[in-house]
Design a binder for this molecule. Sequence first.
Ligand SMILES: [Zn+2]
Ligand SMILES: [Zn+2]
Length: 324
Amino acid sequence: MDRRKFIKVGSVAVAATAVSGNGIVSAAESLSGKKLKVHNPSGPAVWSSETGKAGEGDLFARFLGTGAADWNGVDERGEQRRLTSILFDNRIFIDFTETDADMLPKGFKSDAVFYTHSHGDHYNAAAEIKYIGASHVYVGATWVEKARKEFKKAAEIAGAECPEVTPLGIGTKVIVGDITVTAMPGNHYIDPEEQPLIYLVEKGDVRVIYATDTGGIPCKAARIAGIDAHDPNGKPVTALVMEATMGIDYDEDYRIFTHSSVGLVKRTTDVMMATGRLKAPQGQPVYLTHMARGLHGTQAELDRDLPEPLRAAYDGLEVVFRAQ
Ligand SMILES: [Zn+2]
Ligand SMILES: [Zn+2]
């Protein structure tokens, strides 16, 4: 990548509040009630998506973990990323492992957990039962029997209720209250049988693609989400959250067949914007997640070096996704 094209961007996290089933929940508090560390190297709020309260039609997101599988606690630079997980509207999870437990906000609900795939840095039945305890979990149809067995066993060991494990085929839509989650194919390898999933999360006019783990957005997913400009009847999304396992200067990495790089996310974003298929509100970046420890600089370096409109998410970052 040409670093001269990079535009310096600031960085800030602002405590936001979200409307949950039981009224207003301050999502900037950790489970223990302690205030989270706020990453704020360069001054005042820049992005509208990281400020203010979530209104009724907005989709509130909290990144619980933003790291790839090579993270194991605080590293030699003093940086930490938990394994990748996100929570929408304080009640719908995509992926969750034990590493994310201390990022759960106080007062969260456990309406549903969607899994992208069965790799251990995304899925752990025992951790779901111990920390979330949702009545419904959703996995790809190709590995539902494995998940059912593991949830049953984990529930027995914990003496807890076993959630209903529902299989998702490509294109399956699940409506959870006012949020619709659509399963789309990811480009990622687990074993020859398992089809990994990425998701389209919709609430009213807010449409967010959450894409990890995947090497690029596969064509079928692009069609389902409506972002492939071949299709004149497509529909723009309002936000993109995409994995960038590989960092700046790691475009030519052997993981290219199964993961994405900063360069690939940038090109994907540029095409979506040029074709009118990413219509984000002014000031809302494209968020990166699932960043490998060994292939990225620190958060401060990412804040300095990432090309606009890319922004590295970090653990505990809260974002209000609004319609345009
Ligand atoms: Zn992963
Ligand atoms: Zn994986």
